[in-house]
Design a protein around this ligand. Structure first.
Ligand code: LIP
Length: 280
């Protein structure tokens, strides 16, 4: 039977590649940096330009589809995930990396129908790695099948996480408390790539056993969540329940056992949800 979303997925791959060209070219120019929720929550004109490029091309080709984009939400648009076909876009995941030319920068495009991710495309544009997954059909990097690590012992594992974009002492304490507990399990190591989407693609590729973070947004993880699960991994909330992509909390791991072990060590908290009504 023909895949009804194949055309949309092909378009997502093509537009992610075009967006990647724009990101790579922009690295040669001066990058004017602006801030959003804090002095370390960065945005550039390239984030905004790439989001417009992706959104316009989707509107032209699929005029009935809905869109959620990081920079549009930052500009005041609602972040509502309905049952309608919806493109969930992060034009540059790893903006701080982009600003510093640290080489992990991704264009992330997830596509959801009935609140279920149907396909995910993450283009790590400086590495030229195109990660793709279609629900029920596996995950790939540049056409090669992805499979999570088969390591079952967390003591033999590498765990990825991030420090987030708050420097409030309480937030930093929470992050370091979880990090300390996990490091002291002990694990082989902890890594931060600077991009949630790339961290999750590292889980899908079997390079790290797990990734966790509190504070991410739906556009950071929508596409990569399917890449992880189609590579044989599991997704979980940081308290051990089912993952909720709007909750801003995620554990992505190679196995349920490692995901659950991580949830035992995380000091959890709940940032305002992505779909919370705007504060006035
Ligand atoms: C970033 C993430 C990063 C996380 C930041 C932020 P951006 O996305 O990928 O892992 O720690 O809080 O969400 O802003 O570069 O798209």
């Amino acid at each position: 039977m023909a895949d009804i979303w194949q055309d949309a997925m092909d378009h997502a791959v093509a537009i992610a590649r075009r967006a990647g060209d724009v990101v790579r070219e922009a690295l040669l120019d001066d990058r004017m940096v602006m801030t959003k929720t804090s002095s370390v929550d960065l945005v550039t004109q390239t984030d905004q330009k790439v989001e417009k490029l992706i959104m316009q091309s989707v509107k032209d080709k699929f005029p009935t589809h809905r869109l959620i984009g990081e920079e549009s939400v930052a500009a005041g648009e609602a972040c509502d995930l309905s049952d309608a076909p919806t493109w969930i876009i992060d034009p540059i995941d790893g903006t701080t990396n982009f600003v510093h030319a640290f080489p992990f920068v991704a264009v992330s495009i997830g596509f959801s129908v009935n609140k279920q991710i149907e396909f995910g495309v993450v283009y790590s544009c400086l590495e030229d790695k195109m990660f793709t997954a279609r629900r029920g059909k596996g995950a790939f990097c540049n056409g090669n099948v992805l499979q999570v690590s088969d390591q079952e012992d967390i003591r033999q594992s590498i765990i990825a996480t991030e420090f987030g974009s708050s420097r409030e002492p309480e937030a930093v304490n929470n992050i370091f408390s979880s990090l300390r507990s996990i490091l002291c399990i002990p694990v082989h190591g902890v890594r931060t790539a600077g991009s949630a989407a790339i961290n999750m693609c590292l889980v899908a590729s079997g390079c790290v056993e797990a990734y966790y973070e509190i504070g991410i947004h739906v556009w950071d993880v929508a596409a990569a969540s399917l890449i992880v699960s189609e590579a044989g991994g599991v997704l979980m909330d940081v308290d051990g329940g089912s993952v909720d992509l709007m909750s801003r909390r995620i554990v992505a791991a190679n196995s349920r056992a490692i995901a659950e072990r991580i949830t035992e060590e995380i000091r959890s908290f709940s940032p305002p949800r992505d779909d919370a009504p705007p504060q006035h």
